[in-house]
Design a protein around this ligand. Structure first.
Ligand SMILES: Cc1cc2nc3c(=O)[nH]c(=O)nc-3n(C[C@H](O)[C@H](O)[C@H](O)COP(=O)(O)O)c2cc1C
Ligand SMILES: C=C(O[C@@H]1CC(C(=O)O)=C[C@@H](OP(=O)(O)O)[C@H]1O)C(=O)O
Length: 360
């Protein structure tokens, strides 16, 4: 199983949901980047389970430990190792899936691939692994901030309730004002209510995280296979429960004519190249054009529902499986920092690749 992401700024994650620890090794992070443990912790606090009444009640504090690579508040250019020790596993809740497959989780596919699996809390397939990405993403976000690049993600849809405006009309400083992380206050309240109702019905509900990246200079990306949007898409689709990725005008663009869809160039009063519209989502030919990059990520209603469902066991026998354990009725609020982190890892890597690309 490949657990490594990135080309120059690379991460490798390790750990299982009910094992000893989950963590990350970051290679290729430049030396001299100022970073504190509090900054890493703050990002983990946004992702941690048990953070509000609408997330899984598994109460992990996710206290991060820096094992290597950071000294005197700065990265050293050496491998950075960050780890969180699991404290609140409750593995006894998972004996029912030791030899049975939850519909639409990864129990069957892991067994098909490896012949065995750590069934405790889904083992490696649990989204607990994403804490490692979030920890690494803090380093990438700090590095990008030095280049003037800012990433903001927010929940734009839960079930069929969506924010009635796009990112250009929302106050993105409000994302963390509500527990659901939608910056439109009325919509946020409706989303919270829907998640609570869904949880009380022992069901789950999906939604959309929208992301905007500002301050990206023109010229980042690669022209053929590692196109900037292709790498963003891969990064997003590697997040648990993600079912869709679209950037710029996405699927809606197909109903427009070229004359409507084309982003017309102009030069502003400072001599900067700009476009009057941004249907391209800030990327043309796999390379950033200096406009905002924006995209959407669709998350499914997650698999574990706390009600009986029909399934099969390892011998192929039909069974009734009663959902157990502590689960998210909706992953969207916790997915926001994961999307931030994965976007940052992609962008940081392309900034570093660009430094190797030109003489000056
Ligand atoms: C933040 C987050 C929390 C999640 N929590 C749960 C959960 O509590 N229960 C569950 O069944 N799946 C949960 N998932 C989704 C599973 O990890 C995922 O569906 C599973 O690994 C199968 O992979 P796939 O859905 O991508 O095919 C969560 C995903 C994310 C991103
Ligand atoms: C523990 C976390 O979320 C978990 C994600 C998850 C899943 O199947 O993805 C299932 C639940 O936990 P467990 O692995 O114990 O079944 C969630 O609580 C976390 O994100 O840190």
């Amino acid at each position: 199983m490949s657990n490594t992401y990135g080309s120059i700024f690379r991460i490798t994650t390790f750990g299982e949901s009910h094992g000893t620890a989950v963590g990350v090794i970051v290679d290729g992070c430049p030396a001299g980047l100022p970073i504190t443990i509090e900054e890493i912790q703050a990002a983990l606090d946004r992702r941690r389970p048990g953070q509000s009444k609408i997330t899984t009640p598994r109460d992990e504090k996710d206290q991060v430990q820096i094992l290597s690579g950071i000294f005197n508040g700065q990265t050293q250019g050496t491998p950075i190792a960050l780890a969180v020790f699991n404290k609140d596993q409750a593995s006894h809740d998972y004996t029912h899936i030791e030899k049975a497959y939850r519909p639409s989780h990864a129990d069957y596919t892991y067994t098909a691939k490896y012949g065995s699996r750590d069934h405790r809390g889904g083992g490696r397939s649990s989204a607990r692994e994403t804490l490692a990405r979030v920890a690494a993403g803090v380093l990438a976000q700090k590095f990008l901030a030095l280049q003037g690049i800012q990433i903001t993600s927010y929940v734009s849809q839960v079930g069929s309730i969506y924010a009635p405006a796009d990112y250009t009309q929302l106050d993105l400083s409000q994302v963390d004002n509500t527990i659901v992380r939608c910056p439109h206050p009325e919509t946020a309240q409706a989303m919270i209510q829907l998640i609570e109702e869904t949880r009380d019905k022992l069901d789950t509900v999906g939604g959309v995280v929208s992301c905007v990246i500002k301050g990206v200079p023109a010229g980042l990306g690669e022209p053929v296979f590692d196109k900037l949007h292709a790498e963003l898409g891969k990064a997003m689709l590697s997040i648990n429960a993600v079912k869709g990725f679209e950037y710029g005008s996405g699927f809606e663009g197909v109903s427009m004519y070229g004359s409507q869809h084309n982003d017309v160039f102009y030069t502003d009063e400072d001599g900067q190249v700009k476009t009057r519209t941004n249907h391209s989502g800030g990327i043309q030919g796999g390379i950033s054009n200096g406009q905002d990059i924006y995209f959407k990520v669709a998350f499914k209603p997650v698999a574990t529902i706390l009600q009986p469902q029909s399934s099969i066991d390892q011998s192929g026998q039909e069974i009734t499986l009663q959902g157990k354990g502590r689960h998210d009725p909706c992953v969207l609020p916790r997915a926001v920092p994961i999307v931030d982190a994965m976007a940052a890892l992609v962008l940081a890597d392309f900034v570093l690749r660009q430094r190797a690309n030109k003489v000056d």
